[in-house]
Design a protein. Structure first.
Lengths: 158, 109
């Protein structure tokens, strides 16, 4: 099946390959950075093997305003687990309480490569299916983002 | 008619076909009549097949059709495309924030 959309990103981190791999696969570490901004991770479970489950829940924080407390779980299954080299999973992510309307089917592929002591991470995220109201969720994210910018400008004005 | 307009899944779904994406690309420059839309595909596709593609795009809200005299004019409908691109921007932004946070996490260890 062809994805309806793909997003590709690449970053190089000043950290050893093993640490970056650990950050992506150790639930205690994932909880600390998975975010995105203004979001906490109350739950993260990783069964690191092909066919193993990857379950992570994002919770909207204070800065998300009216969305505060909203839970966005993602239930995934690993399709590739090659330590220090490649990780891939297929996932369904949704808004708690409205799974039908707000769900996203997606796959994510993460490639790790050592480059002169640094670590290059390439992420390919593909969307396969969107719930009929997923667009409103995007509006919600926009709202959170606007508030975040307002917070920032308030802080800078001090 | 069933109300499909403006829903992201149907918008993206309607754009998942290469012919339909090509039609949208061509319409980005100018409005076209149905027969003008069909012309470049004449060798490999019937007018009926092109009409079907246009119907899918119209249902998702990506294009509009209006009748002028005997001709049907096809035009892009910006709101649907804006919704779709906004969604993707947000999706990409989520991943960018995530990877930025990973950088901070790796630094603070």
């Amino acid at each position: 099946m062809e994805p309806i959309k793909e997003v590709a990103l690449e970053r190089t981190y000043e950290a050893p390959l093993e640490s970056v791999w650990q950050a992506w696969t150790d639930p205690a570490k994932l909880k600390q950075w998975w975010g995105p901004d203004n979001v906490t991770i109350p739950t993260c479970e990783v069964d690191l093997k092909v066919g193993g489950k990857f379950y992570i829940v994002m919770e909207a924080g204070e800065a998300m305003g009216p969305y505060k407390g909203t839970l966005w779980p993602m239930q995934a299954e690993f399709t590739v687990v090659e330590p220090n080299a490649k990780l891939a999973y297929k996932a369904n992510a949704w808004t708690e309480g409205a799974r039908e309307d707000f769900s996203i089917d997606q796959t994510t592929e993460v490639v790790f490569a050592e480059e002169g002591g640094k670590t290059k991470v390439t992420v390919k995220a593909s969307i396969y299916k969107l719930g009929p109201k997923a667009g409103m969720a995007a509006e919600g994210m926009q709202a959170g983002f606007t508030q975040q910018l307002e917070k920032l400008s308030a802080f800078l004005a001090k | 008619m069933v109300e499909y307009k403006g829903k992201l899944d149907t918008i993206f779904g309607s754009l998942s076909d290469p012919t339909r994406r090509d039609i949208v690309k061509r319409l980005a420059h100018q409005e076209l009549t149905v027969s003008e839309v069909a012309k470049p595909y004449a060798r490999r596709m019937s007018l009926a097949a092109v009409s079907k593609h246009l119907q899918v795009l119209e249902r998702s809200g990506v294009i509009t059709k209006r009748r002028v005299g005997k001709q049907q004019i096809v035009a892009l409908s910006p709101p649907a495309l804006k919704d779709a691109s906004k969604y993707l921007e947000q999706y990409k932004k989520l991943w960018e924030e995530r990877l930025d946070r990973l950088e901070k996490f790796l630094k603070n260890k």
